[in-house]
Each structure stands twice: as structure tokens, then as C-alpha cells.
Ligand binder design. Sequence first.
Ligand SMILES: C[S@@+](CC[C@H](N)C(=O)[O-])C[C@H]1O[C@@H](n2cnc3c(N)ncnc32)[C@H](O)[C@@H]1O
Length: 266
Amino acid sequence: MNSSFNVHDAAGYEQLMGRWSEKLAPQFINFAGLANGEKILDVGCGTGSLTFALARAANFGEIAAIDYSPVFVEEAIRRNTDPRIKVRQADACALPFGDATFDRALALLVLHFVPEAEKAVAEMRRVVRPGGVVAAAVWDHLGGMAGMRMMIDTVAALSESGRQLRGRYCFQPMMQPGEMRHTFVEQGLMDVTETQLMIRMDYLSFDDYWAPIAAGEGPFGKYMATLDAAERARTDAAVRSAYEAGRPDGPRSFANVAWACRGIAP
Ligand SMILES: C[S@@+](CC[C@H](N)C(=O)[O-])C[C@H]1O[C@@H](n2cnc3c(N)ncnc32)[C@H](O)[C@@H]1O
């Protein structure tokens, strides 16, 4: 299995994560660098948050965007109006491109869903020209996502299966401090830099926060779909209570940190 990502529905993904990766994308582009005329690869493009942010940020030569999920590929193709952007289904661990094809290969919020993430980094390095840039960012699930951590700790307090979910969620690939940097160096990238990027996720209400998960989106959504009606009701109520934190339902804002790493292809 080359992806642990759970895809349910493109609109649900937008509400769960797409709107936040869109907010993170300009910071990631700033860190990864970008110049006019470049040929760029977006690995794990999802519905296109990074792809279209790149297109807005520079007068690029060409963007190739790939994703494992046919549902997301279809949605990114539907959204695209620029013939210089080409979206296709592919695996990050076996990129369908020749060596040294791109100026930059970027992966936003993808490597933690690739069980053999080092293979994806090796592939990104392979398809980038000497002197080109490989860059990636992943959420810090363990220490950097207050809103998601609140949800997963609540679920873990309720059941053994919730505790197992938390163990998997908090220790996905590339999330430990220095882990991505180490992998980039091991894969032969040069001048490797790791940093942290931060955005806030601002929700209008509990429903705005919880609805995509209750509908089955993402890793929590997949977990929720395994619960019977009574367990679901108990979980809904407990997470609502954590979100509200003793005040009436309404807007809440949570800080979220991503690890980001970039290196130069030899
Ligand atoms: C959290 S989404 C991020 C999508 C997009 N980059 C964004 O920032 O909105 C993770 C994406 O990684 C993709 N993915 C996971 N494993 C993959 C693999 N082996 N090859 C290509 N894409 C993969 C998933 O299908 C999903 O679209």
C-alpha cells in the first residue's frame, strides 16, 4: 500500500483540510522558492490547493500535478482552466517522469501519508535537475495541531480503539523533529534546511469543525465510520464539549504547525 490517506469526497476534503492547505500554501511556496518560467512538479496535489497557489504566484512554464486518488485527480482536473497545468493519477513512490525533468518538486501535506516516504523523497530528487529544489511540508500531529489533538485525545479517552488511532495519528512518517531533514540528507539532497510554518484554523462553529469528520472524511472520519450509533453519539457529545470548552458554541481559532524541509538536488 503506497498511501494511507482516506479519501471520501472532494467537497468534504475541502472543508476538512483543503481550505487550510490553501492558507498554508503561500508560506510553503515562500520557503520552497519559485521563479518565472519554471517547470514544477506538485506531488500529491489533492484537489489542487498548492497547484493553483503556484499558478497564482509566478508566471510558470509548466506544472505537472499528480495524486494517488482518482477522486482528487478528477476534481483538480475539473477546477483547472490553464493548459500549462497537467494533472494525472500517479504514485509518489514511482513518478512517471524522466530524470532531471523539473526545476522544483514540491509536496504539501503528503509525505506523512506515504508509508515509505523516503522512496517518495528519492523519486522527487530523481526527477529534479541538478541545482533544482525538492521541498515538502507535513503537519506536526503530535505537537503542533491544537484543534486536531483536542479531538484525538477526546476519542482516546473514550476507548481502546481511540487510543490506537491516536498512536497511529501522532507518529506518522516525517513528523518527528529533524526526521524530514535526516531523510532529505540520506537521499543525497544538499543544503538541507528544516523549518516550521504556522497557520491558524478558524472555525465558525462546532459543526464547521466536526461535519466533515462526522461525514467520514480523513483518518478520523474513517474511524468514526467504524462506530455504532451509541458510540458515535457519545463521541460527538464529548468532542463537542471539548470544542465548546464551557462556553456557548461559536467561533474558535487553533494554531497549527507544519514541519517544512527543502534541499538542492546534486
Ligand atoms: C492531506 S492531502 C494534501 C493534498 C494537497 N497537497 C493539499 O495540500 O491540499 C494528502 C494527499 O496525498 C495524496 N497521497 C498520499 N499518498 C500518495 C502517494 N503514494 N502518491 C501520490 N499521492 C499520494 C493523497 O491522495 C492526498 O491527496
